[in-house]
Design a protein around this ligand. Structure first.
Ligand code: SF4
Length: 429
C-alpha cells in the first residue's frame, strides 16, 4: 500500500516539475513513506532519519519529509522530536504536496495530516517505481473502520472509502496495453469494496474483479487483503469462473482461539473462519491460502496459543506472516488492555508457530513435485543468472533454467524439487 502511495506522490510532484533522482546525493528533498503497524517499523524510520543528518551536513539545502502512517500518528510531535525533519504529511494530504514543498523551500516547517472521508486519488495515474514492467499494484480503496483492537490503521488511514471502478478498470487496461501482465488490487479489506455509481447502481468487489479479469485472459489479477468476516461465496464463484484470477487468498486469521478473536474485535469465530476455508476448498480446490498471525496478544493463555497451532494444523497454510504482538499507541488495546505476556513467552510461542508453519510449507511444497504449472516469468533468480523465476497462479515462486525464455512470458514448468520457500522446476515445451 505504501509503495502504491509513493507512486501517487511521485505522479503529483512530477506534474509540478519535480524530478525523481536515482542518487540521494542529488536530492533537494528526501521523503520517507512510513508504516506504523509495529513499533519496530517506526524505530527503523527514526534510525534512517538520524542517519540522514550526515548527508544534510554535506548538503545544507536538503529537506527531509516523513509521509504516511507514522506521520499521521505522530503529526507535529515528530518534527519536535526529530529536528532535521521539515515536513510531515499524512496519507490523505498528498494532493497538497506541491504547496507544502513550496512552503518548505521558503523556510517553513509544516505538518499536514488532515484525514479525508472521500480522497481516493482516483484521477491520478501513478508513476511506477522500481517496476519490473510486468506486475503492478492498483489501489482500489483507502482506510479501514474495522477497529481490530491491536491495529493503528483506522487511526492513521481514516474511514473506508472505495474508488470509482471505471478509473480502476481504466488503470488496469492501460497497464496491460503497456505490457504489464499482472495487477494486484489493493485495499485494507477488499471484500468490503462497494462503490455507488452515478446511475444509482452499486459495484461490489466480485463485480469489480470480474470487470478487471475481462480486460484480457493474458492479464493476471490478484488482490489483497481479505477479511474473513466478509469473504463471500460470490467472490469465490467469480474466481472459479476466470482462469486469470489467481488462485491464492490471503486470509488473516490472527488467532485460532475464539476468546482471543473476540478480544481482538475480529468479528468472526474459529468455526466461521474454518467454514470460509471450506468454501475456498469447495469452489477453488487448487487455491493456496496464506495468513497473518499474532503471538502473545493481551491475556493469551497456553490454551489460546494451542488453539492457534491447531488452526495452522487444520488449514495447512502455504505461507504465513507471523509476528509477536506489539502494543500500538491509540489503539483499543492500548486504552483498555494490558500487554501482559512477557517477551520471552511471546518469543517461545512465535517460534513454535514458525517451526510448525515451516514444516507445513515444506510438506505442501513436496506435494507439488511432479505437477506442471503455467508461470509468469518475473526475472533472474537471485542465486544464479543462469536461472529465472516466476510465480504460478497460487503465488508460489518457481525457479528454472532460463534457456531462451524472457521475463514477462508465460511458460509451463514441471516442479522437480523444493524447499519450504521455493519450488524448483524444468521447462515443459
Ligand atoms: S481489518 Fe483490522 S487489522 Fe486490518 S487494517 Fe482494518 S483494523 Fe487493521
Amino acid at each position: 500500500m505504501n509503495l502504491a502511495d509513493s507512486e501517487v506522490v511521485v505522479s503529483i510532484l512530477q506534474k509540478e516539475g519535480y524530478e525523481r533522482v536515482e542518487e540521494i546525493e542529488q536530492a533537494d528533498f528526501v521523503m520517507i513513506n512510513t508504516c506504523a503497524i509495529r513499533d519496530n517499523a517506526e524505530q527503523r524510520i527514526r534510525k534512517r532519519v538520524r542517519e540522514l543528518r550526515a548527508l544534510q551536513g554535506r548538503h545544507p539545502q536538503l529537506r527531509i519529509g516523513i509521509l504516511g502512517c507514522m506521520a499521521e500518528r505522530l503529526q507535529s510531535q515528530l518534527m519536535a522530536e526529530e529536528d532535521n525533519v521539515s515536513f510531515v504529511v499524512g496519507p490523505d494530504a498528498y494532493r497538497r504536496m506541491p504547496e507544502i514543498l513550496k512552503q518548505v523551500r521558503q523556510g517553513s516547517r509544516t505538518a499536514d495530516t488532515e484525514l479525508s472521508t472521500e480522497e481516493t486519488y482516483a484521477d491520478i495515474e501513478p508513476v511506477r517505481l522500481h517496476s519490473n514492467g510486468i506486475s503492478a499494484f492498483i489501489s482500489i480503496m483507502r482506510g479501514c473502520q474495522n477497529y481490530c483492537a491491536y491495529c493503528v490503521v483506522p487511526y492513521t488511514r481514516g474511514r473506508e472509502r472505495s474508488r470509482d471502478p471505471e478509473t480502476i478498470v481504466h488503470e488496469a487496461r492501460t497497464l496491460f496495453e503497456r505490457g504489464y501482465k499482472e495487477v494486484t488490487l489493493l485495499g485494507q479489506n477488499v471484500n468490503s469494496y462497494r462503490y455507488k455509481n452515478t446511475d444509482g447502481s452499486t459495484t461490489s468487489f466480485p463485480q469489480l474483479m470480474e470487470q478487471v479479469a475481462l480486460i484480457s485472459p493474458l492479464l493476471r489479477v490478484r488482490f489483497a487483503t481479505s477479511h474473513p468476516k466478509d469473504l463471500s461465496d460470490e467472490l469465490l464463484q467469480v474466481m472459479a469462473r476466470h482462469d486469470n484470477i489467481c488462485k491464492c487468498i490471503h486470509l488473516p486469521v490472527q488467532s485460532g482461539s475464539n476468546r482471543m478473536l473476540k478480544l481482538m474485535n475480529r468479528h468472526y469465530t474459529a468455526e466461521w473462519y474454518l467454514d470460509r476455508v471450506a468454501a475456498i476448498r469447495h469452489y477453488l480446490p487448487e487455491c493456496s491460502i496464506t495468513t497473518d498471525v499474532i503471538a502473545g496478544f493481551c491475556t493469551e493463555t497456553e490454551e489460546d496459543h494451542q488453539a492457534t497451532l491447531e488452526m495452522f494444523r487444520t488449514v495447512r497454510y502455504d505461507y504465513a506472516y507471523m509476528f509477536k504482538f506489539s502494543m500500538r499507541p491509540d489503539t483499543f488495546a492500548h486504552k483498555h488492555m494490558v500487554d501482559d505476556i512477557d517477551e520471552r513467552e511471546k518469543t517461545r510461542r512465535l517460534e513454535e508457530i514458525i517451526a510448525l508453519q515451516g514444516q507445513i510449507a515444506l510438506e505442501n511444497n513436496q506435494k507439488e513435485i511432479g505437477r506442471t504449472y503455467e508461470i509468469l516469468v518475473e526475472g533472474t533468480s537471485h542465486r544464479s543468472d543462469k536461472q529465472l523465476f516466476g510465480r504460478n497462479s497460487q503465488n508460489k515462486v518457481i525457479v528454472f533454467d532460463r534457456e531462451e525464455v524472457k521475463p514477462g512470458e508465460y511458460v509451463r514448468v514441471e516442479v522437480t524439487d523444493c524447499t519450504a520457500a521455493t519450488l524448483k522446476g524444468r521447462l515443459v515445451k
